[in-house]
Design a protein around this ligand. Structure first.
Ligand SMILES: Cc1cc2nc3c(=O)[nH]c(=O)nc-3n(C[C@H](O)[C@H](O)[C@H](O)COP(=O)(O)OP(=O)(O)OC[C@H]3O[C@@H](n4cnc5c(N)ncnc54)[C@H](O)[C@@H]3O)c2cc1C
Length: 473
């Protein structure tokens, strides 16, 4: 049986694994082996639908050492005026470049694609080639890095969890783009699911000419959505980004309930929702532009009667009702849950590192911080304190917990001059540069920072009361 050795064995060549590897490579002299079941780097982006794009600006996604995109602003479409968003193929092309032009040429990285990690015993990991079945033993001198924590379910690789009768036409978002040459045109589209994939599918349909009246949308729960305007990295957006955080702190300081909090976040432009007549109960950091929300509002046939249980030829069985559907309906299955609930765990463990969020929702940044801390700090207690896990929200009250955990990490990092300096220089930290470079006479920005501090203190006081009211949410 072949045998290899390495300092760190990273399981997963997605955004998490590659971002971790890139920073560890830059900050240490470690040898790294990356194993992945996929044929090429990029993780789930390899399975994504053709019209997928980042939710967030490309400017702070990916790995620290290589820019993604050119920091241009879109001049057409629903993201006009905002920093560019890489498409799925740009993201996979980027990760290919990271692997083949940066990691592998370093001479300190080994990549095992089409290979399955199946476990570790006494410091030796087993990796099996998917194509040949050959097993390789990898001696791991330092740690295993489990970069699979955030692996999302995506429609292409996730079968529907409901019954579909014979003859029903149901497609994945990928098939939706590929079926048109040979198939009869449907009279009606029905989007199943309420997450970002469903929103992307709806936008694709509308942009490609489907009439809004021909689209039905099964939306078990409405979501609060992050206004993409508040995530922009350029100085010119300071008022919206840093000022936005100040407004979030103000809302947290002044709200009397979780619903009141979200009303305030919406009123101050932080959060969006598609239908103002319906109160969302979900928040997963889906990020969207105001233009996209306007477009989605054109779809009026929204079915809010629970999750899909079964689809028969002319009926749709939902948790709370049975709907008669128009003949020749094409169902678009967007029900795969990209963010399955998974318990948080310590990031630094005796033999494993499990990168998770240390600033929600930034997966790339968080993985890079974990690698930096691994390279420069000695004890796991210290590392885990610097990388306290920020839980991913499961409901709207979860936004409060995540936001406060983000703030607490920020305060901890602020006390460590070297770490703070590294973050300020990191391309994955969208905001720190903005606050670090304020001129003494820039009174407007200094005033915004003052508001952030004042509201931040008051927010910490009010959060306990808010969380007590959230038990019922
Ligand atoms: C449509 C979509 C858009 C998104 N947009 C953004 C965004 O704009 N910004 C953002 O921060 N996040 C975004 N996300 C969240 C996204 O999950 C992360 O950005 C990121 O791509 C997740 O990467 P990952 O490396 O954690 O997981 P993955 O991409 O799933 O990579 C994990 C890898 O591990 C491999 N693997 C798993 N088990 C094994 C095993 N036993 N052996 C070998 N290999 C294994 C898998 O093959 C996979 O390639 C988006 C998610 C989706 C679905």
């Amino acid at each position: 049986m072949p045998a290899l050795d390495t300092d760190y064995l990273i399981i997963g060549a997605g955004a998490t694994g590659l971002s971790f590897a890139d920073t560890l490579l830059a900050e240490s002299d470690a040898h790294i082996t990356i194993v992945d079941k996929h044929a090429q780097p990029g993780g789930h982006w390899n399975d994504a639908y053709p019209f997928v794009a980042l939710h967030q600006p490309s400017a702070f996604y990916g790995v620290n050492s290589l820019e993604l995109g050119t920091r241009r602003k879109d001049t057409v479409g629903h993201n006009t005026g905002l920093y560019e968003l890489a498409s799925g193929s740009e993201v996979t092309g980027y990760f290919h470049k990271v692997m083949h032009q940066s990691l592998l040429p370093s001479g300190r990285v080994r990549y095992l694609p089409m290979s399955n990690y199946s476990g570790m015993q006494a410091g030796t990991a087993s990796v099996q080639s998917i194509l040949s079945g050959q097993e390789t033993q990898v001696t791991v001198r330092k740690k295993i890095v489990d970069a699979t924590y955030f692996t999302p379910n995506v429609p292409t690789t996730t079968a529907p969890k409901f019954q579909v009768a014979e003859g029903v036409r149901i497609v994945t978002p990928t098939q939706l783009t590929q079926m048109w040459q040979s198939q009869e045109r449907p009279h009606n589209f029905c989007i199943l699911g309420a997450g970002k994939t469903a929103m992307d599918a709806a936008i694709w349909l509308l942009n490609c000419g489907a009439a809004p009246e021909s689209i039905q949308w099964v939306m078990p729960r409405d979501s609060w959505l992050v206004n993409r305007l508040t995530t922009q990295p350029g100085e010119e957006f300071f008022e919206h980004s840093i000022g936005g955080v100040a407004k979030q702190m103000q809302a947290l300081a002044e709200a009397t309930s979780v619903d009141d909090l979200f009303d305030r976040l919406e009123a101050s432009g932080q959060m969006l929702r598609i239908d103002r007549a319906h109160r969302p109960s979900m928040f997963h950091y889906a990020t969207i532009s105001e233009g996209e929300v306007e477009l989605l509002r054109q779809i009026k046939q929204v079915i809010r009667k629970g999750r899909v249980q079964a689809i028969d030829r002319d009926t749709l069985q939902l948790a709370d009702s049975k709907e008669t559907m128009p003949p020749n309906t094409l169902y678009i299955n967007c029900t795969a849950s990209a963010v399955e609930p998974r318990a948080t765990e310590m990031i630094f463990q005796p033999t494993r590192i499990v990168p998770q969020l240390v600033r929600a929702p930034l997966i790339s940044f968080s993985a890079a911080v974990c690698a930096y801390v691994e390279a420069h700090y000695e004890h796991d207690v210290v590392k885990n304190r610097l990388c306290t896990v920020v839980p991913f929200p499961r409901n709207i009250a979860g936004w409060i917990t995540s936001t406060m955990a983000n703030m607490a990490n920020q305060v901890r990092w602020g006390q460590d001059k070297t770490l703070r300096q590294w973050m300020t220089n990191s391309r994955l930290d969208g905001f720190s540069k903005m606050t670090a470079s304020i001129e003494e006479d820039d009174h407007e920005k200094i005033a915004i920072l003052g508001e952030l501090r004042t509201h931040g203190m008051a927010a910490m006081e009010n959060v306990k009361k808010l969380m007590a009211t959230s038990a019922s949410v």
